[in-house]
Design a protein around this ligand. Structure first.
Ligand code: GDP
Ligand code: MG
Length: 297
């Protein structure tokens, strides 16, 4: 069951319809290198991602400062097709001078908007490929203190262009109490700096179960995650995805150990459609309006 992504089980009919046609979902990971981005992506989709057949967008060739890579995989579950793309930004934070290291990332997001706009303007709009970034996982170093200035800067540059989902990386390096304190401080910082993170919408006519799920997910943000694509044996003999320590095993899929399950639930089950909608209706629309205004149209 752990390998099951869950997008084929999207709850309502609207989801089912768009899902049956097959659809595209793009997640971007941002954060210092070494924080476990690649590991988490593998954990999240429990699949090996292959390089795309098409050439990478121009920004992928950018040298040094921040090199951006995009990998895609076609996943099928219960007859439902999902083209999943992950945009990795491996370099940031490794350079002595990090001023404006967010720029290539924002440019990459906007180039994807550009490509979508160009397709919308074509005569034949039958086969629009949606390569826009629908969610951005922002990896926060597990310092246990508060957001660093570079985190604030990055998030402020990104939040008008992408659904930001903050996560605490390598949460197994913090105690439960440290995680709780850190989460509170991160949320306070985010509020103080007016950073807009993705808000899970709630609908009035939703049933109790759905409301409870929405509240539970919202209550976990920023998700404290542990990634691992290895199977380890627990002291009581179970085989689980996790990280083994002399004092025990941290289980990726155990909700008492970390928020990985909740993060996956939010991304690929509960809010995939909302993330796509908000990207299209708000983030892309705002960008488009700004662009047209700046062109004097
Ligand atoms: P990236 O540079 O952000 O893509 O990081 P990687 O996924 O390559 O991981 C860097 C190192 O951190 C590797 O040795 C991973 O095994 C380790 N790592 C990844 N996720 C975790 C985690 O959740 N907890 C701990 N303790 N280590 C992790
Ligand atoms: Mg990596």
């Amino acid at each position: 069951l752990t390998g099951f992504v869950g997008f084929a089980n999207l709850p309502n009919q609207v989801h089912r319809k768009s899902v049956r046609k097959g659809f595209q979902f793009t997640t971007m990971v941002v954060g210092e290198s070494g924080l476990g981005k690649s590991t988490l992506i593998n954990t999240l989709f429990n699949t090996t991602l292959y390089p795309p057949k098409e050439p990478l967008p121009p920004s992928a060739e950018r040298p040094q400062t921040v090199s951006i890579e995009s990998i895609s995989a076609d996943i099928e579950e219960n007859g439902v097709r999902l083209r999943l793309t992950v945009v990795d930004t491996p370099g940031f934070g490794d350079f002595v001078n990090n001023d404006e290291s967010w720029k290539p990332i924002v440019e990459n997001i906007e180039e994807r908007f550009d490509s979508y706009l160009e397709q919308e303007n074509r005569v034949n709009r039958q086969k629009i490929v949606d390569n826009r970034v629908h969610a951005c996982l922002y990896f926060i170093q597990p310092t246990g203190h508060s957001l660093r200035p570079i985190d604030v800067e990055f998030m402020r540059q990104l939040h008008t262009r992408v659904n930001l989902i903050p996560i605490i990386a390598k949460a197994d390096t913090l105690t439960d109490e440290e995680v709780a304190d850190f989460k509170a401080r991160i949320l306070a910082d985010i509020a103080y700096h007016n950073i807009h993170i993705f808000q899970a919408p709630t609908y009035e006519n939703e049933d109790e179960e759905a409301l409870a799920e929405a509240e539970e997910i919202a209550g976990k943000i920023p998700f404290a995650v542990v990634g691992s694509d290895k199977i380890v044996k627990t002291p009581d003999g179970r085989e689980v995805r996790g990280r083994a320590y002399p004092w025990g095993v941290v289980e990726v899929d155990n909700e008492d150990h970390c928020d990985f399950v909740k993060l996956r639930q939010m991304l690929v089950r509960t809010y995939m459609e909302e993330l796509r909608e908000y990207t299209n209706d708000v983030l892309y629309e705002n960008w488009r309006t700004e662009k047209l205004l700046s062109m004097g149209v």
